[in-house]
Write a protein that binds this ligand. Structure first.
Ligand code: PFF
Length: 463
């Protein structure tokens, strides 16, 4: 199988571009990006707060129709250009302002990293504490106190955030094949096994069925316009689309890979991981009489309380936080690769320098998000703490804006011939019906649906 990088014209000055080496490598890296805190932190708490199964149902529709469309589009842009975001737009629309779509992708990746590494740091700290047995208290209120005193400390969360960043930086430094591909290929199976073990534990608890009913029996009266918006926003965050990650990873995919089926497999497996995380959490939450709608603190308060109450609880608690740390790391790797690939390819920086500068920049910006629960808790901009501001600006504004730009770029700037050539591997794949459905979605459905989220986020349309 010829690698894409091998069939590109190569000059003496430019060393061959690195890329993923196999189908499994492509799936591992892209799935490693999609699976993250979104599945184990955001998805369960949003499902818990928005009606359980009804939210799950709407989420599945959004991720299948809109999320998948944008993922395929990013793959097409990246692979066709053979360049990461910014560079890809410059190559495909030379002399135009389209490269600004890439620049806003890099900004979005930076802002997401700034608050994502805060939560990843908390997860690393909890994984460490659970493994050393120091996350076990006798009274439920002690878990609250422990979380408040940990996040209220200015130094400890910063320390763990920087550890999370250093681990991610080390993987990125090792490169696309030896870093991203190798680490995600090794860690994803571990994550699946740990998650399945937690599922078996949760399902064998007395009273587990109430949690399953919550997750799988939809009550459609709970669905409002806001539910749909939240689900659509989550589907972007979940599939890591709208901020150039999948454009960048797409540029590492060789010409023989089937882009549509890769994206569909990633979307399906990622949704499965979210559902498996729900199965690990809700039956246990209901079995021990806790409420499912605790919000963002579900992972850090309810889960430790619930898991410690069950037989072999400490072991499962440690497994649960280790698997969450693995998930968060795969996602952070893909986010960091966005600015690093830009600095290497467009600014010609050596990889170590690009990695060091990006890690440092994210550490500085991210510290303000981490300190939002301590030193900077009273500091607000636009009425939000730095943590909430980064989350809101990236998830609700930059990602949907990036998603629309991507959909418009593919459907109105790239020629139909290029789209069909990329999506069918120059006619080798017999998937014309699928490609036609994708084309309809990218041209009409997805941009309209995303425009509605964006207008709502900006307060211009009320749902
Ligand atoms: N998809 C990741 C998650 O669900 O946690 C988050 C994420 C990763 C968002 C990479 C954006 C991104 F570029």
């Amino acid at each position: 199988m010829a690698k894409y990088s091998e069939i590109q014209p190569q000059t003496k000055q430019a060393p061959p571009r690195e890329g993923f080496t196999s189908t499994l490598g492509v799936i591992a890296a892209t799935l490693g990006s999609a699976v993250g805190l979104g599945n184990i932190w955001k998805f369960p708490y949003m499902t818990g707060q928005n009606g359980g199964a009804a939210f799950l149902f709407i989420y599945i529709v959004c991720v299948t129709v809109v999320g998948l469309t944008i993922m395929i589009s990013e793959f097409i842009i990246g692979r066709h250009a053979g360049a990461a975001t910014v560079g890809a737009y410059k190559k495909l629309a030379p002399g135009s302002k389209w490269y600004l779509a890439g620049t806003s992708n890099i900004l979005a990746a930076f802002l997401i990293m700034a608050f994502y590494t805060t939560v990843a740091g908390w997860v690393y700290a909890y994984a460490f504490q659970a493994m050393t047995g120091s996350l076990s208290f006798s009274r439920p209120e002690d878990y609250k106190l422990a979380f408040a005193s940990f996040t209220g400390d200015p130094w400890l969360p910063l320390f763990w955030q920087w550890i999370a960043l250093a681990v991610t930086g080390a993987v990125i430094l090792a490169g696309v094949k030896n870093g991203i591909e190798r680490i995600t290929k090794t860690l994803l199976p571990v994550l699946f096994v740990l998650l399945l073990l937690c599922d078996v534990r949760a399902l064998t608890l007395d009273g587990a069925s109430a949690g399953l009913a919550f997750l799988f029996k939809p009550d459609f009266s709970k669905i409002t316009g806001v539910t749909i918006l939240l689900a659509l926003g989550l589907s972007f965050f979940k599939l890591s689309v709208g901020m150039g990650t999948m454009t960048t990873y797409g540029s590492y995919i060789d010409k023989n890979q089937n882009l549509i089926s890769t994206a569909a497999k990633v979307m399906f497996s990622d949704t499965l991981v979210s559902i498996l995380a729900g199965i690990a959490i809700f039956p246990a939450v209901f079995a021990f009489g806790f409420q499912p709608d605790a919000g963002p603190s579900l992972l850090f308060l309810t889960i430790p309380m619930v898991f410690s109450s069950m037989p072999l609880g400490q072991l499962f608690l440690a497994m649960f936080f280790v698997l969450t740390a693995i998930a968060a790391t795969g996602a952070m790797i893909s986010l960091l690769e966005v600015p690093v690939s830009y600095l290497c390819e467009e600014r010609k920086w050596p990889r170590w320098q690009a990695t060091a500068a990006s890690v440092l920049g994210i550490a500085l910006l991210g510290s303000t998000a981490t300190l939002s629960t301590s030193t900077l808790s009273n500091f607000t901009l636009f009425g939000k703490t730095m943590f909430d501001l980064f989350d809101f600006a990236s998830s609700n504004i930059l990602l949907p804006a990036g998603g629309i730009a991507i959909a418009i770029f593919v459907s109105r700037v790239l020629s139909t011939k290029v789209i069909f050539a990329e999506a069918t591997n120059n006619g080798q794949l017999k998937n014309h019906r699928l490609v036609t459905a994708y084309y309809f979605s990218v041209r009409y459905l997805a941009p309209i649906a995303i425009a509605i989220i964006l207008l709502n986020s900006l307060g211009l349309v009320k749902l």
